[in-house]
Design a protein around this ligand. Structure first.
Ligand code: PGA
Length: 271
């Protein structure tokens, strides 16, 4: 398995299984061991990994390191230094474990825990300053979509993180995760096809281009998340503007996560 990959525009390609709060410590270790056992048959053309629960970061990372997979934090404290924020995980703690990635601003953090754009910006900046690669989730809800306000909302979310001081484009990724396509929030709405997601990602690049410029926009990694699974991973990753995936429900078992990594890899290699 190779440790990293960039597409021809210089964008980092990443696929990360997100375990959320589904697995206990023991279950996480067991899944990580199954991933370690199962990954040998896969030749992944880009970085793949898992975001486990914080309680299992250390133990899972030991197995994933061996498997050549990355370990990503699910969330992070929104500023350093710490000392009076009980229950939070800081970038210093991640650095101590050697964890170099963190999800920031996942829709469940925004919608269930009330994280504002300002808080997400704080988390983003804290990661960048600590040399931890944030994957910043942005996404519109079914209501915003119905009201025609999706783009206004997405522009605000992007503008909140892409302000001065501007981080190097290689130091982070965006993840477009339409709330209406995420398995836990999903209603009867059909999933967007790869072609539709590619078009949305192109529009997201235009938003970034208007804010910062065309080179930055073309070099920015934009992952997709929303019910990515073994059946549709190919369709998403074959698209030139889809730079990876966040995989929730389909990461529940090692078997299904590896099958999703495989489908995404085959899509990527068929571009
Ligand atoms: P899903 O979750 O793949 O189950 O839709 C993705 C996510 O919440 O990041």
């Amino acid at each position: 398995m190779i440790s990293d990959a960039y597409n021809k525009n210089g964008r980092r390609i990443l696929a990360i299984g997100v375990w959320k709060d589904r697995l206990t410590y023991s279950e996480s270790v067991q899944e990580a061991e199954s991933l370690l056992a199962g990954q040998a048959s896969l030749k992944l053309p880009f970085e793949c990994g898992v975001a486990p629960s914080p309680i299992a970061y250390h133990a899972v990372k030991a197995r994933l390191d061996e498997a050549g997979l990355i370990t990503c934090a699910q969330n992070i404290m929104w500023h350093e230094p710490a000392g009076s924020y009980i229950g939070e995980v800081t970038t210093r703690m991640l650095a101590d474990l050697g964890i170099r990635f963190s999800i920031v601003g996942h829709s469940e953090r925004r919608l269930t825990f009330g994280e504002t754009d300002e808080v997400v910006r704080g988390k983003f900046r804290t990661c960048v300053d600590a040399d931890i690669f944030p994957v910043v989730c942005i996404g519109d809800t079914a209501e915003q979509r119905a009201q025609g306000s999706s783009w206004k909302h997405l522009e605000t979310q992007i503008g909140a993180v892409l302000r001065d001081p501007l981080p190097p484009v290689t130091s982070f990724a965006l993840a477009y995760e339409p709330v209406w396509a995420i398995s836990t929030w999903r209603n009867a709405e059909p999933l967007p096809t790869g072609i539709v997601v590619n078009e949305i990602h192109l529009n997201l690049r235009r938003v970034v281009e208007n804010l910062i410029g065309s080179q930055y926009a073309s070099e920015l990694s934009i992952l997709y998340g929303g019910s990515v699974n073994p059946a549709n991973g190919f369709d998403y990753l074959v698209q030139p503007n889809v730079d990876g995936a966040l995989i929730g429900g389909a990461s529940k078992t090692a078997e299904s996560l590896l099958a999703t990594f495989r489908a995404c890899s085959e899509g990527f290699l068929s571009r």
